[in-house]
Write a protein that binds this ligand. Sequence first.
Ligand SMILES: *Cc1c(COP(=O)(O)O)cnc(C)c1O
Length: 396
Amino acid sequence: MTDHHRISLTPRRPFGPEAIQLCRQALDSGNLSSVGGPLTARFEREFAEFYSAGHAVASSSGTAAIHCAIGALQADPGSEVILGPITDAGSVLPLLQSGLIPRFVDLDEYLAMPVPAVRAAINSRTVAIMAIHLFGGVTDTAALRELADAHGIALLEDCSQAHATRLGERYVGSYGHIGMFSLQQSKHLTTGDGGMCITDDDRLAHRMRLFRDKGWDRTQVGSRAYPQLGLNYRITELQSAAGLPQLATLPQVIARRREIAARLDAAVNAADGLDRWIAPPGGQASYWCYPFFVRSPRRRDPIASALSARGIPVTPGYIGAPIAQCLAVTAQRRTFGGSDWPFSLAETPPDYAADVLPHTVDALDRVIVFWLHEDLSDEDVAAVCDAIGVLDRAVA
Ligand SMILES: *Cc1c(COP(=O)(O)O)cnc(C)c1O
């Protein structure tokens, strides 16, 4: 491949003049702390309104948001949480930090957690189901909410890759007891790093607010009161300033990503030996990224290399292996010091070997992720489609 085939894609620019103006306002005020800061209060209020949620609780990262949600459940150590095996480490680490044991369910052809498999994984120690809305596709959290309610357990939705993503008439995140969002740089709405939880439950919201602020109940006067466990996971006013204006443009961001994905679908369909991702039915995928599949796993890395060589940002295999295989805390049960707590609390800890998740492993062996974003021009998209079209010549 010669150099003149290398294309240079338009970079993403999530922060416009309004964000810059709000950041300046925050700096000018002399206070960047979210404690008493007006911008974080406004960010939380408008985020909650966007999702028609009773409360939004901001935090310093998606991982922190998930930790706040888990902390609010106040589950006994050794309890189990059921979740999907293709996800960021940030979905799993807060469980281990809280003494909870992850139990993974093999994914279906849409890369969603099948409801019957979740039902089969529920046992007497299960305290929550955590749906991961992977790549901006939906897991059927309407059905999972019914399942969770029938068992008296919590439904958590990790919407880090699925901001403003419709399932039926509502956005995902509003089906669960708590919806959790990462606002990390790559996410649809970004503050560089940051997180947000939404809930309609006053008690869970209160506990999450305490959890992200060292467990501190600031309404108490006199000596300090810390009625619950927590950490310092506070967001700052600068992050809220950067994030706030994006709520207004988020629907356009999603619409543009869907439009680009539809064009890429056509290119992938026309290419030999490639399959498009069929986004889960019932939802409107928001395409955090654009995943597609090679039919033969041995073509995955050569095709990804050929696309990279043309300047197209792709990752073969996304996380490469089920997340439990990637993490020493699950693969080797290397947790706290020399102990394997909380696994030591389980009668039979879950099997984290890859071979118990055959569909998931097959999908990871064949997937290539293209890092699409809303600021790509029509010319950019056409160039990527062309590159996909000539892959057969590029990869013998
Ligand atoms: C990004 C992400 C997280 C972690 O978010 P951070 O902000 O990086 O801590 C968690 N879960 C999923 C599915 C993610 O994509």
